[in-house]
Design a binder for this molecule. Structure first.
Ligand code: UD1
Ligand code: UDP
Length: 397
């Protein structure tokens, strides 16, 4: 079986590590993977560092699209991906998540009848102002195999008309889904949906021990003595709106009176800080001893920072989940989340970009740190499960 895998943005590169690892370890004689990097993210610390550190095979192609408006970026990627699909003639294209690289892969593949595997299917924010919501809906509805990490994802797909066989497959015990109608080959018009757990949980389990050995970030940032909050901000709804970005940074200043705050800055945020915050606020942030603004860190460094943090504050999808994996409370800097389970279990709070709600959440978690984190993201073997299902679907022809 030949797969063409599309990656482009930081979280997709990291997710790809799990699938490539599973192919290398268990399916090398059955599956060939061709990796295409769209070039959506290109700084070394947003891209190359992950290939080096997580042993992801070097991409077979790099489209070098770089940054541009949604339309231009997606169009460039679509054109490049279409050429590669014609040339490579894969059995499946593998798409991760909900970025413009995902959308481009979906449009390119669906139009020329290359079946799509969507990893992280079914997630919804129910907010179509988010570019990611458009990307994920289009991708799901063009897909042949949909792998959803959560029960909420399964429910969302059912609501949108996908057929779900409640009996589920026989393997593995934590996964459930559909084997479709008998042995019919799944197609774009007869797709199959699987609930399989989260591929990032696979990665977090695999790399946690390695990270502890291989990184010295805690010592380097002098974080051993005092507790710290780990924060990340990169959503356009926060970075591009001065009043929202200011509210978040005013909250960080307030929190820094009680606790250190470590903030690896996404390049989008690094740029917009300078235009969207007033000078006084900027000066305060850059001069505050208790706020550590640092460049983006590697994945091993990031999960080490997460594991040692007192609390995580973020608008990132991936970081929200990793806070949960490492049993840390999380303040979500968004009005809604696709990862509803972590809020329902009381381990995360939606605070939006609202200083009052952020401080309230901080006070709440200080007094009531969560202790129970039910296993809602699978068993750490989502990648193997997905590859088995791809092989099964591919032999059903
Ligand atoms: C993208 C995804 C978002 C995902 C995020 C992960 C879309 C629509 N958005 O958002 O879903 O959560 O990646 O990080 O696909 N930049 C650099 N260097 C880089 C990459 C970006 O300086 O290597 C700067 C550029 O100024 C660029 C801006 O960051 O314009 C935004 O990058 P872009 O990829 O368009 O969106 P993200 O905000 O990263
Ligand atoms: N991450 C990282 N270094 C950083 C910030 C994040 O390695 O400085 C990792 C993080 O551990 C997670 C992923 O990047 O696995 C999340 O990516 P991001 O927040 O950019 O995007 P999202 O998940 O919101 O799409």
């Amino acid at each position: 079986m030949k797969l063409v895998t599309i990656i482009g943005a930081r979280p997709q590169i990291i997710k790809a590590a799990a699938l490539s690892r599973a192919i290398r370890n268990n399916y090398a004689d059955q599956i060939q993977e061709v990796i295409v990097h769209t070039g959506q993210h290109y700084d070394d610390n947003m891209s190359q560092v992950f290939f080096d550190e997580l042993h992801i095979p070097r991409p077979d192609y790099n489209l070098h699209v770089g940054s541009a408006s949604h339309g231009v970026q997606t169009a460039r990627m679509t054109e490049g991906i279409e050429d590669i699909l014609f040339k490579e003639q894969p059995d499946y294209i593998v798409l991760y998540g909900d970025t413009n690289s995902t959308l481009a892969g979906a449009v390119a593949a669906a139009k020329i009848h290359v079946p799509i595997v969507h990893i992280e299917a079914g997630l919804r924010s129910f907010n179509k102002a988010m570019p990611e919501e458009i990307n994920r809906i289009v991708c799901d509805h063009c897909s042949t195999l949909l792998f959803t990490p959560t029960k909420a994802g399964l429910k969302n797909l059912k609501r949108e008309g996908f057929t779900i066989d409640e009996c589920g497959p026989s393997t593995p015990s934590t996964s459930s889904g559909t084997e479709g109608s008998g042995t019919a080959k799944p197609t774009i018009d007869n797709p199959k949906v699987y609930h399989c757990g989260d591929i990032m949980y696979d990665n977090s389990l695999h790399f946690a021990a390695i990270a502890e050995e291989k990184t010295d970030i805690i010592q380097r940032l002098e974080l051993t003595a005092k507790p710290y909050i780990l924060a990340t901000i990169h959503r356009d709804t926060n970075t591009d709106h001065p009043e929202r970005l200011s509210a978040i940074f005013r909250s960080i200043i307030k929190l820094s009176e009680e606790c250190q705050v470590v903030l690896p800055l996404h390049p989008r945020t690094a740029k917009l800080l300078k235009t969207n915050l007033d000078e006084t606020l900027q000066k305060h942030i850059f001069s505050c001893q208790n706020i550590k603004l640092i460049p983006p860190v590697s994945f091993l460094e990031m999960i080490t920072l997460e594991r040692h943090a007192l609390l995580v504050m973020t608008d990132s999808g991936g970081v929200q989940k990793e806070a949960y994996f490492f049993k840390k409370p999380c303040i979500i800097l968004r009005p809604e989340t696709e990862w509803v389970e972590i809020v329902e279990t009381g381990n995360a709070v939606l605070a939006d970009a609202d200083q009052g709600r952020i401080m309230q959440a901080w006070q709440h978690f200080k007094v009531n740190p969560p202790t129970v984190f039910p296993e809602i993201f699978g068993d750490g073997h989502a990648a193997e499960f997905m590859l088995e299902k791809m092989l099964l679907a591919n032999t059903n022809c």
